[in-house]
Design a protein around this ligand. Structure first.
Ligand SMILES: O=C(O)CCC(=O)C(=O)O
Ligand SMILES: [Fe+2]
Length: 234
């Protein structure tokens, strides 16, 4: 009996990769939708499931869980430069900055670079770089209503928050509430912090708040900036 010929029509290695052409089309459509909604409403929420391999969000979740468990995260502060203070009545999360060094962070930074270029093309924002940190909210932790950037000093232009939590339900709390930019007492949207979901908004326009979480909540907050200088913390 002849040996079974090796099937050369099916590349098993390539099948595990993202199909490049489909993914590029998905990304262009995704960027069109995000740009339209940012221009019209100042914010949007989307899934990144069609843009990244399924295991990426799980890898990022494992990284932040490890950082949290090893007590390698710092209490988050508010204000910039020498005005930077820790005020537990305003925010209670713990953070750790991403450095793009692990495989998962490299893949995420690739996506962030594509988002940066795509938003620049469509909205002429002049974004030049981004910074991102993991955040952990333990049960009871919150972040009161705030803006991510102040008018006139705006170096943070677009905020993007990626959520990492599996099976998050309403009773777990921790919703992101986005307020009307004309009337900051009116909630215009709520986002469930479930794995693969992002919230994207104009940093200096959209007041927002993280409601108290009832279970540990993991996320990555990223800011796309216009200024070229590294290390100017806000
Ligand atoms: O985690 C979120 O939903 C938003 C976090 C936030 O507002 C911030 O870190 O500035
Ligand atoms: Fe914020």
């Amino acid at each position: 009996m002849p040996a079974t010929p090796i099937d050369t029509t099916f590349d098993h290695g390539a099948a595990l990769q993202w199909p490049d052409a489909d993914r590029a089309t998905e990304l262009e459509q995704w960027l069109d939708t995000v740009s339209d909604e940012l221009a019209e409403f100042g914010w949007t929420t989307q899934s990144i499931a069609s843009l990244v391999p399924t295991h990426l969000v799980g890898q990022l979740r494992q990284e932040v869980k490890t950082l949290h468990r090893c007590e390698a995260m710092d209490s988050a502060g508010i204000g910039r430069g020498k005005d930077h203070v820790q005020d537990r009545s305003v925010r209670r999360d713990q953070i750790a900055w991403l450095n793009g060094q692990t495989e998962a962070q490299r893949a995420l930074f690739d996506l962030f670079e594509q988002i940066q270029a795509g938003l620049n093309q469509r909205l002429f924002l002049g974004l030049r770089r981004f910074e991102a940190h993991y955040a952990t909210y333990e049960p009871g932790d919150f972040y009161r209503r705030h803006l991510d950037s102040f008018h006139g000093r705006s170096s943070r232009i677009i905020s993007l928050v990626l959520y990492l939590n599996e099976d998050w339900v309403l009773t777990d709390g921790g919703l992101l509430q986005v307020f009307n930019r004309e009337n900051p007492n009116e909630v215009c949207g709520s986002v469930l912090p479930e794995a693969g979901r992002v919230a994207i908004f104009v940093s200096e326009d959209m007041p927002h708040e993280v409601l108290a979480a009832q279970r540990t909540r993991y996320s990555i907050a990223c800011w796309f900036r216009r200024d070229p200088i590294q290390g100017l913390a806000i």
